[in-house]
Design a protein around this ligand. Structure first.
Ligand SMILES: Nc1ncnc2c1ncn2[C@@H]1O[C@H](COP(=O)(O)OP(=O)(O)OP(=O)(O)O)[C@@H](O)[C@H]1O
Ligand SMILES: [Mg+2]
Length: 380
């Protein structure tokens, strides 16, 4: 089973610029999680902090009892072997061909023979659709191919924890669908704990068990997918819908006058740039038939059902509807226990439901978004 990753009160600044503060979340073992957030909110910085490449100012990131933030260099070297990381830019060695790039972690961290290394490298290259490209240099291939080579390299050590920074960026929609399926199949096969940073809303809605969002220097949300997908938080809705209208601006938060002007445009029928309203819990992607069931899904059901009462009604409804009738009976729940709109339709505004305590959902905002006071505009 993949390792659990416990992040507590993590805060990171560069000089006087705070990137995010007090980030607390747990990546449950063997589950797939996605981190969303506008560009520049520090998602890549977060991944690098989790593996000790960047040093946070405060907080802990604990894997197998070792705090990556404060442990010795030797411990860090050992614990990093548990991670497979796909960096946003691929981070391939420009002077090495793809084969040597992908073989690198095996030669660095294991005593495997070259014959064994060859078998693993070619298998992973085939897996990400790069068969036959082993002699190519990173500078000779497309951006999407570099990304896939980075993913193959992240997988060669059969990691317990896989961190992927925008695995879909630079990929066409079909390749993105293959990568989504690949990550889920991999999870079914090796039960690894996976965290994916992405801007791809389709992937975020269909792949993960848990979704979080970084925004305005905080983790505004992290929890079961049903919570974010049914959230009414304006920034979350705007982000999921890819809309121009809402609190997230091009380079900073919007003021009241801008929001009022947008409302006028919306009232006049001006298009906000979004596609459909994507409110609601859609079915989750399944592993390819023939592969083992995802063990993380079984564990997650028990985990999520134990915190069900603490979740908002729409999320509770989404979770209950995703259970089979037998499972509903097992957990003593039934559909439509809560009055919510059907999937795909936004419920009419209703008072927000409070979430008590820290039961797997971090910092779910309870108030509607308000524009910042003059002079407090942020960099998000
Ligand atoms: N090594 C560094 N030194 C100083 N500032 C940095 C460093 N790395 C990142 N930053 C800053 O931290 C902020 C967050 O950067 P990061 O790359 O994590 O954003 P992101 O959320 O991954 O964005 P995107 O979605 O565009 O990839 C940015 O303002 C960036 O300039
Ligand atoms: Mg990034």
């Amino acid at each position: 089973m993949g390792a659990e990753v416990v992040v507590e009160g993590l805060t990171k600044s560069f000089g006087r610029q705070t990137i995010w503060r007090d980030v607390t979340l747990t990546l449950p073992p063997g589950e797939v999680s996605v981190m969303l957030g506008p560009s520049g909110t520090g998602k890549s910085v977060f991944l690098k902090s989790m593996i000790g490449l960047l040093k946070p100012d405060r907080g802990r990131c604990v894997v197998n009892g070792v705090d990556i933030v404060s442990c010795s260099e030797h411990k860090l070297y050992e614990i990093r072997k548990l991670f497979g990381v796909l960096f946003q830019d691929g981070a391939l060695f420009g002077s090495m061909n793809l084969y040597d790039n992908i073989a690198f972690p095996l030669r660095e961290h294991t005593k495997k023979s070259e014959t064994e290394i060859k078998r693993i490298v070619l298998e992973k290259m085939d897996m990400v659709g790069l068969a036959g490209a082993d002699k190519k240099l990173p500078g000779e291939i497309s951006g999407g191919m570099r990304k896939r080579a980075g993913l193959a390299r992240a997988l060669v050590l059969d990691p317990e924890i896989i961190l992927c920074d925008e695995p879909d960026s630079g990929l066409d929609p079909v390749r993105t669908a293959y990568i989504s399926q690949l990550l889920l199949d991999l999870n079914a096969q090796i039960d690894a704990t996976i965290l994916i940073v992405t801007h791809n809303i389709n992937l975020a809605r269909t792949v993960p068990d848990n979704v979080g969002m970084l925004y305005r220097r905080e983790l505004v949300m992290f929890g079961p997918r049903e919570v974010l997908l049914t959230s009414d938080e304006p920034a979350v809705r705007q982000f999921l819908n890819g809309s121009r209208f809402g609190p997230i601006g091009m380079s900073e938060e919007k003021d009241t006058a801008t929001l009022a002007a947008e409302q006028q445009l919306a009232d006049a029928g001006h298009h906000d740039g979004s596609t459909d309203d994507v409110y609601g819990v859609v079915p989750q992607l399944q592993p390819t038939p023939g592969l083992p069931d995802r063990r993380g899904v079984r564990r997650r059901k028990d985990r999520v059902m134990s915190i069900l009462h603490s979740l908002p009604p729409a999320a509770q409804e989404g979770i209950i509807e995703s259970l089979t009738p037998d499972e509903q009976q097992h957990y003593g729940v039934r559909p439509h226990m809560f009055a919510t709109a059907p999937i795909g339709r936004r419920p009419s505004p209703q008072p927000r439901d409070r979430i008590e305590g820290d039961l797997g959902v971090a910092n779910l905002p309870q108030t509607t978004w308000r524009p910042p006071e003059p002079g407090q505009g942020g960099g998000v």
